[in-house]
Write a new protein. Sequence first.
Length: 161
Amino acid sequence: MQPNRVPISSKAPILLVEDSDDDYEAAIRAFQKSGNLSNEIIRCRSGEETLDYLFQRGEFGPAPGVHAPRPGLILLDLNMPGVDGRAVLKIIKGDRRLNEIPVIVMTTSDDERDVSECYGHGANSYIKKPIDLDGFFHAIKRLKEFWFEIALLPKDIHDHL
């Protein structure tokens, strides 16, 4: 009997939702430094862009040559202008087509209300962004090890990839 749970596919992209160029560049460098990541990293700069990507509308809508592959993991910044990460998380976890995608909230906030609200809306993990670059590299390395090497996810997530 085949297991119903598999690691995140190496072909499934990581959706990095980050409005800060500095934090985005630090995350990319951290993933590169952690080694052996073959997943494409796709960036969305806002909540609106993230929802357009996930629901394949707007610039990601159905059109010849346009393809928005389903992410295997979403790294979500919480505090963004417009539609913020809280609203994006609530929409993702409230949609049966998307709710099994792991959503990792990565934010500068350690406010207990934010932590509680995010877990209440279905966040799979909540990580406070370290202030220094070495701490950020270490956090990404540990995140990568857990979600790509240790954690098992429902097989049907990969049926969409």
